[in-house]
Ligand binder design. Structure first.
Ligand code: 5GP
Ligand code: SF4
Ligand code: MG
Length: 452
């Protein structure tokens, strides 16, 4: 069984006419967080409507489907899947009828005690419809003896552990929650008379909403007609905000935890230039993920920036394909160097991470084949040595090249002349060292243990 609820995006609209259409555009701007499935649930005050399916946001929805999603509140989701087990049932929102009425929920993150809670629920007679950890929440809420949904949500939150940025939609209310560690981002915006909640603020820009603040780790925000949003600090915050959002995952035009992703990526590049300078003719990013860091590296080193590699945007992210042979092909489909730019040149090539090593190895190979004189690989993050249990779909420890090879061995494997990674201290200097980040996939310090 695969646990779902991975690296995804969530959006919620409250008190916004034609909420589902805004949810659609919100999801469109969050598409980079998951391309496997998409869904929206809306409420017209009496009934919750649901449309979800496999594929991109633009493939799942058309004008007709959006017409079905009436009402002035909505929640939406895009899903990033790991291999296997992806049926429409495992798309979100999850919808249920229960004794208090109807509910829909969307989730970004991974519950670390999901299997344990699921086993208990099944023993007590629950019948599960999906493989998603998020379904636990629906069962916990449905089984609760409390008379108010609000109390039932709080009760359920006390049974779950791990990473969750959640939005619940009932017929007349919306609830946004972030786990006490704040592993995954979640921001609140204002849209005319109504409210928007989204994984990243780039969703606000598209729909014309204004960023107000983040949901605080451990906070529950209740949206109700005719009232200001109500905040309840359910748990004491113990922040461990995912630093990888800044490195790779979020869009550079978003604010994450209130700071510009683009600016921080540039700062990582500047730090990298200070930590690992090298004589060369040009700084070349691996597009798109390496661009901002490469600009920072070029700025700090004074070496010119060149777009020496061009990306074909019509190829999905290379992780989606399960087999190694297809991954290799897809790297070539996606990235092509400009021979005239790189021939005979000493290059500093910047990428945000080396995961399995496939991309870097291919890129170094193609650059050398096309006549680059030297290739100095610089990575704007520390070596990825461990998997993520909190909602980012990194491969197993065995598949991570940095967990089994030294930097020198990796350099030889990818065929670069030199290789260096940003240090953990350099990363912290770039993102503002306030001791509130999760860096577990880099330093092995997991704030919440994963339980089987
Ligand atoms: P590798 O080929 O070494 O396995 O992957 C490295 C490339 O994957 C880098 O260009 C980086 O931008 C990208 N990358 C890093 N982390 C992730 C991730 O979690 N998911 C996806 N799809 N790509 C990633
Ligand atoms: Fe983010 Fe890495 Fe922590 Fe996962 S382990 S939440 S990817 S920093
Ligand atoms: Mg990349």
């Amino acid at each position: 069984m695969v646990e779902m609820g991975e690296k995804c995006s969530v959006v919620g609209l409250f008190n916004v006419p034609e909420a589902a259409k805004f949810a659609y555009f919100g999801l469109f701007s969050l598409q980079h967080r998951g391309q496997e499935a998409a869904g929206i649930a809306s409420s017209d005050g009496e009934k919750i409507h649901l449309v979800k399916g496999r594929g991109l946001v633009t493939q799942v929805f058309d004008g007709e489907k959006l017409e079905l999603l009436t009402g002035d509140s909505a929640v939406g989701h895009t899903r990033y899947s790991t291999a296997g087990e992806d049926s429409v049932l495992d798309a979100q929102p999850i919808f249920a009828r229960y004794d208090l009425g109807q509910i829909a929920v969307v989730h970004n993150g991974n519950l670390t005690n999901a299997k344990e809670v699921r086993r208990e629920l099944i023993r007590e007679g629950a019948i599960f419809q999906t493989f998603m950890d998020t379904e636990n929440l629906i069962h916990l809420i449905a089984r609760s003896q409390k008379s108010q949904l609000y109390d039932r949500i709080i009760e359920a939150l006390h049974r779950i552990e791990g990473a969750y940025s959640l939005i619940f939609l009932s017929r007349r209310k919306m609830f946004a929650v972030r786990d006490p560690h704040g592993f995954r981002p979640l921001s609140i915006g204002k849209l005319k008379e109504g409210w928007v909640v989204a994984s990243e603020t780039c969703a606000f820009d598209l729909i014309g909403a204004e960023y107000v603040r983040d949901v605080v780790p451990g906070e529950l925000v209740v949206f109700e007609k005719g009232k200001e949003p109500r905040s309840i600090q359910v748990f004491e915050p113990t922040p461990h905000k995912c630093v990888f959002e800044y490195i790779y995952f979020a869009r550079p035009d978003s604010l994450i935890y209130g700071k510009s992703v683009y600016e921080l990526r540039k700062a990582m590049g500047r730090e990298l230039a200070k930590e690992y300078p090298v004589q060369a003719d040009m700084v070349v990013p691996v597009p798109d993920s390496g661009v901002a860091a490469a600009l920072g590296y070029a700025e700090a080193s004074g070496i010119p920036f060149e777009m020496g590699i061009i990306r074909n945007h019509y190829v999905g992210r290379t992780f989606i394909e399960p087999t190694q042979s297809i991954r290799d092909l897809k790297v070539k489909m996606k990235l092509n160097p400009i021979k005239e730019v790189i021939r005979g040149k000493r290059l500093i090539v910047i990428d945000d991470s080396i995961v399995r090593g496939t991309t870097s190895r291919k890129i170094v190979g193609i650059l050398k084949e096309f006549g680059a004189k030297e290739v100095h690989m610089r990575i704007s993050a520390p070596p990825t040595t461990g998997p993520c249990y909190y909602g980012v779909d990194t491969p197993t420890k065995e598949e991570l090249i940095a967990s089994k090879m030294s930097v020198e061995e990796t350099r030889r494997y990818i065929g670069a002349d030199t290789l260096a990674y940003l240090s953990i201290e350099g990363l912290l200097r770039s993102v503002g060292n306030d001791q509130s980040y999760c860096m577990a996939c880099f330093d092995g310090d997991y704030p919440v243990e994963k339980r089987e």
